[in-house]
Design a protein around this ligand. Sequence first.
Ligand SMILES: [Fe+2]
Length: 170
Amino acid sequence: MSMSNRERLLKWLQDAYAMEQEAETMMKSMAGRLKHYPELEARIEAHIAETQQQAEEVKGCIERLDGSTPKAKSAAASVMASVQALGNAMMSDEVVKGVGICYGFEHMEAVSYRALVIAAEAAGEPEVGEVCRRIQQQEQAMAEWLLDHHAAIVGEFLAREPAPDATAKR
Ligand SMILES: [Fe+2]
């Protein structure tokens, strides 16, 4: 099926909106379970707030193109995020796996917005491009934070794990 650049831009914005819903579900579940990693928890909480803001901005872009936003959270995305959260909770190194999943997810988000910036340019929608560039930078910043704190989080997990009463995993 052939699509105009504008239709493609709209489709990718709708995908991004669903992606933000999934991100929110995943991060809320992770932040809600963390007990011994307050710095990580605070950074995730901050990114949840950013994510909600991003979803609103993406919705604004969709409306600008006269498209419709999914009213409810995409069922598939929501199920996927929940299953992932559950699977993750069963792991003995939950916090380390969670950081890895978040790190991957932020990169996927960043590269999706990078594609959106290019698509917005091709469709002659510079304002949409500006929004997507700003969001891309926020996703990148979250990924960088996780990498910067990775050694400390893994180190703390390893320090806690041998102690009999410490819950290292979260
Ligand atoms: Fe994100």
